[in-house]
Design a protein around this ligand. Structure first.
Ligand code: NDP
Length: 332
């Protein structure tokens, strides 16, 4: 069943990997048809994630031509045959999928969730991927307890913004890093207890963390930067602590010798969100909890800017240029 749909749509397609110049805004892309187990969503707000830049640049491989974009919110306008988990035509949903930089996207129903009425337009698209990442990182990568000392790199970034808010809600003691005074202010406002400007105070980062934690180090370090902070992560982690290396904003973390972990009996993970929410049950449970937390604890994705879809290249430039805080959204 479907409402009356156009044949063509606006969207951003890339035919080859490269810089922002490969992002092509078009107005005549074919509207996709939902297949078995898929719904067709008319997107309102589209979430931009750093991963989009990796599929654009080729750091992560994916078939081309490709419409980028891993999450959006909008309205269900059609459904293919099969299981749809009680999602209804006309319902507002947020989803994780592919091809979100467009007016319409066909996505698996298993990765779509209805949006509670209490959540304002734009917030679900701003929250889903980065909020679920933060929630699963503090539950599954290392289950953070009240009173734990934790270090969050890029604490004013997209995932960082969620991490500091969720860690505050848990009662952890959070040390964050960021590169500018404005980013430091934002992370503090979001709940970071101490902030270090790693651009200016990079050389003293390890000693500062040791000093703040009474010489012990942090029980968990959440590192989205990859290459730049990797060596420091081994220094700041506590005995029996956990290094969670979950991103590459400064480049991929380098190979290392496993024997390096024996100095502190430390653990190290390189998790991805998708392996924590692989089943419908996992996706549904974590998404419902994230929405509850947003409503109950008044959590805020700190939207940096809502860019018109046609200005996606400017959004990628800002994100890769370290000019942004919190979440970047596209509006169709
Ligand atoms: P952010 O909003 O955190 O943007 C990147 C931030 O990283 C910048 O604002 C900057 O903050 C910091 N940064 C540090 N070094 C650099 C550098 N050399 N170039 C650019 N930025 C730098 O992005 P996201 O929250 O979307 O993603 C962060 C990372 O986490 C990405 O690598 C992403 O792919 C990964 N990620 C992984 C997931 C997973 O499942 N494993 C899920 C979601 C994201 P500052 O200026 O303060 O240093």
């Amino acid at each position: 069943m479907a409402t009356s749909l156009p044949k063509t749509m606006k969207g951003v397609i890339i035919e080859k990997t490269g810089g922002v110049e490969v992002l092509q805004y078009k107005t005549d892309l074919p509207v996709p048809s939902p297949k078995q187990g898929e719904i067709l969503v008319k997107n309102d707000f589209i979430g931009i994630n750093y991963i989009d830049t990796y599929f654009r640049s080729g750091l992560y491989p994916s078939p081309k031509p490709e419409i980028l974009g891993r999450e959006a919110e909008g309205t269900i306008v059609a459904a293919g045959p099969g299981e749809h988990y009680n999602l209804k035509l006309g319902e507002r949903v947020v989803y994780l999928g592919t091809g979100a930089y467009a007016e319409y996207t066909a996505v698996p129903s298993a990765k779509a969730h209805s949006i509670p009425a209490a959540i304002k337009p734009g917030v679900a698209a701003a929250a889903l991927l980065q909020g679920l990442t933060a929630l699963t990182l503090i539950r599954e990568s290392h289950h953070v307890q009240k009173g734990d000392w934790v270090l969050v790199h890029a604490a004013a970034g997209g995932v960082g913004t969620w991490l500091v808010q969720l860690l505050k809600a848990v009662g952890a003691k959070t040390i964050g890093t960021a590169s500018t005074a404005a980013k430091i202010e934002l992370a503090k406002k979001n709940g970071a207890d101490y902030m270090i400007n790693y651009k200016e105070e990079g050389d003293s980062l390890v000693s500062k963390v040791k000093e703040l934690t009474g010489g012990q180090g942090v029980v968990a370090v959440y590192d989205s930067t990859g290459k730049d902070q990797f060596e420091n992560d081994f220094e700041v982690v506590a005995r029996k602590g956990t290094i969670v290396s979950y991103g590459n904003s400064s480049g991929p973390a380098p190979p290392f010798s496993v024997a390096k972990l024996s100095a502190k009996n430390a653990k190290i993970l390189r998790p991805t969100l998708f392996n924590y929410i692989a089943t419908r049950e996992e996706f549904e449970t974590y998404t419902a909890e994230l929405f509850d937390l947003i409503i109950k604890d008044n959590l805020d994705p700190s939207v940096h800017e809502v860019y018109p879809l046609a200005e996606v290249a400017r959004a990628h430039t800002d994100l890769e240029g370290r000019k942004t805080t919190g979440k970047l959204l596209l509006k169709v």
